[in-house]
Ligand binder design. Structure first.
Ligand code: NAG
Ligand code: NAG
Ligand code: NAG
Ligand code: NAG
Ligand code: NAG
Ligand code: NAG
Length: 495
């Protein structure tokens, strides 16, 4: 059981580490957040609230349509949400945090030092969180079968949101509602798209670290990871690279594979690994570097990574040390079929179920496969290539043979023509915070596409950093970004 979880614990995320903000009370808890043994990027609140502040806001459920685009389908299901009106002042706005690719939590509407809640308190807003269909307890069909997953799309999720808001306007007798959506990572993109597609329902949006551009071969991700390490300390990046070169040479012979098996504690003996097994192994190793740079407070993670990398006896030992420091799993995955089987048998309501749902969305809409296909990465970082085909192939191996290479590419193209991508984004009243050390910023709206699109550069920040509670060691760029977000939100609320 533990092993299954270890392999499939999804991830997260705009890991908003509440515990970190309460560092005096608790040690920060690093987020496991893995998919295919890789640090992932969904949107689960990592929010270890101290025990005396137990959740007060109850789960609520909304009767939602299964298929918003087929009038003859009248099936419904219960979508979970949370609502907190403790700071609401009559006439105030409605803030909605959009659930992303993970299980929701009432802590989102209670965490009174989260950036969006600080704003809600200031302007007297009601706070809502709507869990995304097919994640957590919001399960439209009660299973994650291939046939059912056709109802798991961002378009259905946005229609859920629209239906939900219109219903709340009635339930709460809102005569002049003003809904502002929030989100980070995938749900940051949803927040931007909600404003783009439902401008009459959603008044404005904050879209943190939202990858609004879909892409199959997301080479830019690892470029940013490398650049973040290199700009912190070129010697550190070089040592990581040399460590990888050593791995590449050890992998070529059986004695070397023995060394790797022992050093990294792989789940099976690497001597038996075939090509996909080796890719699985590399993916697991690299995934740790990805997670360290993307999540948590990256500007503290990177110095720690480099301290370990450079403090070890050799470049190779540096990589081993970093991986053991970052990985919270019992063993490092190196068996392709085990990974595939775990996705196949994943059930809803578990983190592996959430992981299966997200991989489905990757294959069916977004791609976002973080290959090593860029020259920079091959030459300066990994020294070896894990091609994007390795990831695309998993779509067919896990879900259905129909999800072949050309279908996956066509799906991603469809997504971009539907939402117009990062250069064609045409919603208005949207703030796009993006962190320079966040690998996802590459797919975000970085340049204003119209006069009411406001990108905010956060130098040195990583994934969704602006959403976390302010913290003593925050760099000035992050503090400035929160101020800029506040300025825009106030201008919308007071307009
Ligand atoms: C749903 O649709 C079916 C078939 O069109 C119909 O028989 C049924 O009465 C409908 N149910 C509801 C609750 O409207
Ligand atoms: C909304 O108005 C209806 C009818 O006037 C009333 O019964 C209901 O309590 C109101 N709801 C709220 C949340 O004020
Ligand atoms: C997958 O499809 C893309 C786009 O059509 C193409 O460029 C690529 O070569 C294909 N890869 C494989 C392995 O067939
Ligand atoms: C955005 O572009 C699409 C396609 O060109 C168009 O249908 C839509 O009306 C545009 N929306 C706005 C707000 O301009
Ligand atoms: C943003 O604009 C800058 C300069 O105007 C340009 O160099 C850069 O490529 C643009 N980026 C994107 C993603 O459009
Ligand atoms: C408009 C703007 O500030 N865009 C920035 C978003 O972040 C990237 C990455 O740091 C910058 O290059 C852009 O200038």
């Amino acid at each position: 059981m533990r092993c299954l979880l270890a392999l499939l614990v999804i991830a997260t995320i705009c890991a908003v580490q509440y515990a970190e903000a309460r560092a005096l009370l608790e040690m920060p808890i690093p987020r496991t957040s893995m998919i295919r043994d890789r640090e992932w990027h969904s949107f689960v609140l990592e929010y270890n609230r101290p025990a005396d502040l137990n959740s007060r806001v109850a789960d609520q459920h909304f009767v939602q349509q299964l298929d918003h685009f087929d009038a003859s389908n009248n099936k419904t299901w219960l979508q979970r949400f949370w609502y907190n009106d403790q700071w609401y002042k009559p006439g105030g706005p409605q803030f909605l945090m959009i659930g992303g690719e993970g299980t929701g939590s009432p802590l989102w509407v209670e965490g009174d030092d989260l950036t969006w809640i600080l704003l809600a308190k200031e302007v007297g807003a009601a706070a809502f969180y709507l869990e995304h269909r097919f994640y957590g307890e919001s399960q439209p069909t009660g299973d994650l079968k291939f046939e059912s997953l056709k109802y798991l799309t961002s378009e259905q999720a946005l229609a859920d949101l629209n239906t939900f808001i219109l219903a709340q306007n009635k339930v709460l007798n809102l005569t002049s509602p003003r809904w502002i959506t929030f989100g980070g990572s995938y749900s940051g993109a949803l927040s931007a798209w909600a404003r783009e597609k439902y401008p009459d329902t959603v008044y404005a949006a904050v879209a943190s670290s939202g990858p609004v551009q879909a892409v199959v071969d997301f080479t830019g991700y690892l470029d940013v990871v490398y650049n973040a390490l290199h700009s912190y300390n070129p010697k550190c990046a070089e040592s990581v690279h040399k460590g990888f070169l050593k791995i590449n040479s050890l992998v070529t012979n059986s004695q070397g594979r023995d060394t790797l098996t022992k050093a990294f504690k792989t789940c099976t003996d690497l001597k038996n690994a075939d090509k996909n097994g080796l890719y699985t192994f590399y993916d697991a190793i690299i995934g740790n570097y990805m997670g360290i740079v993307q999540n948590g407070r990256g500007y503290e993670n990177i110095p720690e990574l480099c301290k370990r990398q450079l403090g070890a006896e050799s470049d190779f030992n540096g990589v081993v040390d970093v991986v053991h420091w970052s990985s919270q799993k019992e063993c490092i995955a190196d068996n392709y079929q085990t990974v595939i089987d775990n996705y196949k048998k994943a059930v809803f309501g578990t983190s592996s179920g959430d992981a299966r749902s997200w991989l489905w969305q990757s294959c069916n809409e977004f791609g976002y496969f973080q290959s090593t296909d860029s020259d920079l990465v091959v030459h300066e970082f990994t020294g070896a290539d894990i091609p994007v085909d390795f990831y695309v192939q998993q779509c067919a191996d896990i879900f259905d043979a129909s999800l072949d290479n050309s279908t996956v590419y066509a799906n991603v193209e469809k997504t971009n023509s539907h939402y117009y991508g990062q250069k064609g984004y045409n919603g208005t009243r949207v703030v796009f915070p993006n962190g320079s050390n966040d690998p996802w910023h590459v797919l975000g709206v970085l340049n204003a596409t119209n006069k009411e699109v406001y990108p905010i550069l956060i130098d040195g920040a990583n994934h969704c950093a602006d959403m976390r509670p302010p913290f003593g060691s925050d760099p000035p760029s992050l503090t400035a970004a929160r101020k800029a977000i506040r300025k825009h939100v106030l201008s919308w609320v007071n307009a």
